[in-house]
Design a protein around this ligand. Structure first.
Ligand code: HEM
Ligand code: CU
Length: 506
């Protein structure tokens, strides 16, 4: 565990403030960048959330809210705003926090951080305009031969360049912090997890460039044609590792939440670090599971990637799944709590960060993880592919898991960074339960419908002749509504804190 050195080289004290509660030295330029990126993330979440509720109600056969064309348009925008803009802006805020604030260090070259933010923002605005103008109804994956307006690809590229710059800045910050001896020993586990996320992120963004740059050239007529089979392979070299960035970042946030809420310390840091390493080593190779119905890949490749390699990455998650509850139990018992399950029954369930941690772990593990392992199996994938089972799986991982964990962290990060008291603490206590139960119902509704054969990305299934799915699709509407309510509560708390929160010391 890192010890924060008190005997560091003199810092430019005007650029720092010391938080009297946590003792952290907060680099003010880093703080401003963290707030800017987090606020942008929340705006993207709101926009993506509005699209979410509209498409969710289109999937309920009795409602069928949107006409097909609008459905595809908003589906594309929902996927992109959520899975790219909300998540990545928040992760950049997290990287600056883990790289600078947690290490008592300065963010090197804040100017570059602002350049990264501008590039990402410009990219996000541009893609949104093009998508909403109806010039990019290509869905999240943008598979050729579907073609979008060149500015769509250009916007994605701008965003990716900005994100790459932000990751570089984070890496540089950690290296400089080490050389300036802002901390001694190894980096804290949370920062370690973020470094893992950043390493996977670099690979991800480079693969993204290989996917999107040729597609851009094709859209402006400089490349005569795109090979859809090759695009799909390269796209998923970007698209799946991007989810592993989210996974590593989420697990880092889990450890942070366990520490913040019950004072938990990793029981065995080496084991936890090793579990993170398994992500770096094996996750990218598991990307094949998106291509199991593609004719381009041989059987041996598919088997190897979706069996051995995927399972080794899953082992990483399983280690965290035991080590975090163990850390919580040990911390609770140290407080004198006894009995077999006393550490759980007497846990701070009304503390928003603790509730978010547990619900995020449960939804991620029990719904997201199990369905992922099942659907990533070669044979089962043949029947699960392109059904609602797939969005059912990833709404459990990236929404119930990652998004909820990020929401939980916000309740601590925001007061710390803005020096304002959280507004609506009572709402924050129930928010993880509302959002989590909504997403669980949404995901189960999608999974259950998909198992009965309901296709994904389909505005109207009346022609399919599927009987008995009306009820399970209602769950998509019900869960979506509850989750949307949880999302709005989160945004209201965040925005009110930022605008109206009472000043506090830290
Ligand atoms: C209130 C919360 C949310 C609701 C109600 C919701 C609902 C939906 C629905 C109904 C679909 C369409 C499924 C289909 O017909 O194929 C969908 C797709 C999708 N959602 Fe969400 N969602 C929510 C939050 C999120 C979040 C936070 C993320 C990412 C972090 C996300 C990522 C996606 C992606 C990537 C797609 C697929 C887009 C595509 O197929 O091109 N969603 N969502
Ligand atoms: Cu994947």
């Amino acid at each position: 565990m890192a010890k924060v050195s008190t005997n560091v080289q003199p810092m430019d004290s005007t650029d720092f403030r010391t938080c009297p509660v946590t003792g952290l030295k907060v680099h003010l330029p880093a703080q401003r960048l963290i707030i800017a990126n987090a606020v942008t993330a929340v705006v993207a979440l709101l926009i993506g959330g509005i699209f979410a509720i509209l498409i969710a109600f289109t999937r309920v056969p009795a409602v069928k809210l949107l006409p097909p064309e609008t459905f595809y348009r908003l589906l594309t925008a929902h996927g992109t705003d959520m899975l790219v803009f909300w998540i990545v802006f928040f992760e950049v805020a997290g990287l600056y926090f883990g790289g600078a604030v947690l290490l008592n260090a300065r963010l090197v070259k804040p100017g570059l951080g602002w350049l990264a933010w501008v590039l990402m923002l410009a990219g996000a605005i541009l893609t949104n305009i093009i998508m909403l103008a109806g010039k990019a109804d290509v869905m999240f994956t943008a598979y050729p031969p579907l073609q979008a307006h060149p500015l769509f690809y250009f916007g994605v590229i701008l965003f990716a360049v900005g994100a790459l710059l932000a990751i570089g800045l984070f890496m540089a910050t950690v290296i400089v912090a080490k050389s300036e001896r802002r901390f001694t020993g190894s980096v804290p586990l949370v920062t370690y997890g973020l470094i893992v996320a950043a390493i996977i992120g670099i690979f991800t963004l480079l693969a993204g460039a290989v996917a999107f740059v040729p597609t851009f050239l094709w859209s402006v007529g400089l490349l005569p044609r795109m090979d859809p089979g090759i695009y799909r392979i390269v796209f998923w070299a970007f698209g799946h590792p991007a989810q592993q960035v989210n996974l590593a970042a989420m697990v880092a946030v889990w450890y942070a939440l366990a520490t913040l809420t019950v004072g938990a310390k990793p029981v065995n840091e080496k084991v936890s670090r090793f579990a993170f390493l398994l992500y770096v080593l094996f996750i990218n190779l598991g990307s094949m599971h998106h291509l199991l119905v593609d004719p381009a890949l041989g059987t041996a490749t598919r088997m190897f990637n979706t069996s051995y390699f995927m399972y080794l990455a899953v082992v990483g998650s399983l280690i965290h799944a035991y080590s975090i509850p163990a850390a919580v139990e040990v911390a609770q018992r140290k407080k004198g709590i006894t009995g077999l399950f006393g550490w759980l029954t007497r846990a701070p369930w009304g503390e928003p960060g603790f509730a978010a941690l547990v619900i995020s772990m449960v939804i991620f593990g029990f719904i997201g993880g199990t369905t992922g392992v099942i659907q990533g199996n070669d044979q089962i994938n043949l029947i699960a592919h392109n059904t609602l089972r797939i969005p059912g799986h990833f709404h459990a991982t990236v929404v119930g898991g990652t998004t909820l964990a990020f929401m939980g962290l916000t309740y601590y990060l925001l007061p710390l960074m803005t020096q304002k008291q959280l507004v609506g603490r009572g709402w924050a206590r129930v928010q993880p339960y509302i959002f989590g139960s909504g997403i669980a119902i949404l995901a189960l509704g999608m999974l259950w419908s998909g198992i009965q054969g309901v296709p994904r990305r389909t505005a109207d299934i009346s022609a399919s002749g599927l009987a008995g799915v009306d009820t399970t699709l209602v769950l998509v509407g019900v869960g979506g509504t509850i989750a949307f309510a949880g999302l709005v509560i989160y945004i209201l708390i965040a925005v009110s804190t930022l605008l109206f929160g009472k000043r506090q010391k830290c």
